[in-house]
Design a protein around this ligand. Structure first.
Ligand SMILES: [Zn+2]
Ligand SMILES: [Zn+2]
Length: 336
């Protein structure tokens, strides 16, 4: 009897401990959580039908034809952090689609004038940033990669065919990284005053990366950087940086500043010192100048960090677009 009980006990111990171990081994390594996500490669259908675009890849110097919506996945991946909320990614997708369609030869656009036959190139300083799926997947960690790509594909898919218009015309859908608290009127950065690119207050990017940053330069560093933009030495004999009154836009961005008595544009100041924006104040000590910068980028149009802030507060992509672009509509791609 005792032997039977012992055998039964041993069998029970095996059932409780041994069997699950064996089963787990048989099924391969267990992560204990949900299985890793796979990339959703379903084609992205657009209500506008099968629109294709000729893209000049500036790194490999090839002209490639691809479906418009698939091209936009690579644009969103290149232009906005994939960690941002999906409604922000959707707003970015609609803005990118608007810019792209505006440029496409088949929609009456001018195409990329650097490369014959191309609607657009992937050089961000000329047309619009874009990266291949391979590059996107490579820049994200292996745990995040598939999920990030799927999130971007969802953002493009859920807004397929949507563009931003003002009075029935596609807008110039400018955006920047972080406005630092207030976006800028287009004419305060460039010459054209566009009715939908008005400066608006933005509290949604407050506290995020780039909202407020500090940049310190020694007298020598400052002089070296500024010398190409002025004719006089930009520091005093003692090495003290010579900075004086700035002309600012209503939102505080520097239009021009006096350096050693000479006017230097805010844009040149930003370029020379690699400052994140022209919205800066400074403090000069005997041999140092410290700039406090607000925001990152030109400040016109959609604030990306603000868009993420709005999305985190459950605002939709349409609300984000209507907030940053004045008097616009989210419409379908105009049919030819
Ligand atoms: Zn181009
Ligand atoms: Zn902002």
């Amino acid at each position: 009897m005792k032997k039977v009980i012992t055998t039964l006990l041993l069998f029970l111990v095996f059932l409780i401990i041994g069997l699950p171990v064996l089963l787990t081994r048989a099924c391969g390594p267990s992560t204990g959580g949900t299985p890793p996500e796979v990339v959703d490669r379903d084609p992205i259908a657009s209500p506008a039908g099968e629109v294709t675009i000729n893209v000049f890849l500036h790194e490999s110097t090839e002209l490639v034809e691809m479906p418009l919506e698939e091209y936009l996945v690579g644009v969103v991946a290149a232009e906005m952090p994939a960690s941002f909320a999906v409604e922000a990614l959707k707003a970015q997708a609609v803005g990118a689609r608007t810019y792209t369609v505006n440029q496409m030869l088949s929609f009456g656009g001018k195409g990329c004038f650097k490369h014959a036959g191309a609607d657009i190139c992937t050089d961000s300083t000329h047309c619009q940033a874009w990266e291949s799926e391979e590059k996107s997947l490579g820049k994200w960690s292996s745990e995040e990669a598939a999920g990030y790509l799927n999130k971007i594909r969802t953002a493009v898919r859920d807004t397929a065919g949507k563009v931003i218009t003002h009075n029935g015309k596609l807008i110039d859908s400018l955006f920047h990284s972080n406005c630092g608290g207030h976006t800028e009127n287009s004419e305060d950065v460039w010459s054209a005053s566009l009715p939908y690119l008005r400066g608006i207050p933005c509290s949604y990017c407050a506290g995020s990366r780039w909202y407020e940053t500090k940049h310190e330069f020694s007298g020598v560093e400052f002089a070296d950087a500024i010398v190409p933009y002025v004719s006089a030495l930009p520091v005093s004999a003692a090495g003290r940086p010579l900075l004086a009154t700035a002309v600012r836009s209503d939102t505080g961005r520097i239009k021009s500043i006096l350096i050693a008595g000479e006017p230097v544009t805010g844009r040149d100041l930003r370029t020379a010192l690699a400052l994140p924006s022209t919205n800066v104040t400074w403090e000069v000590t005997d041999d140092k100048v410290v700039f406090m910068a607000k925001g990152y980028g030109h400040g016109v149009g959609m604030c990306q960090y603000g868009a993420d802030g709005m999305a985190t507060e459950n605002k939709t992509y349409e609300e984000i677009i209507h907030y940053y672009y004045t008097d616009v509509e989210v419409s379908d791609i105009p049919m030819n």
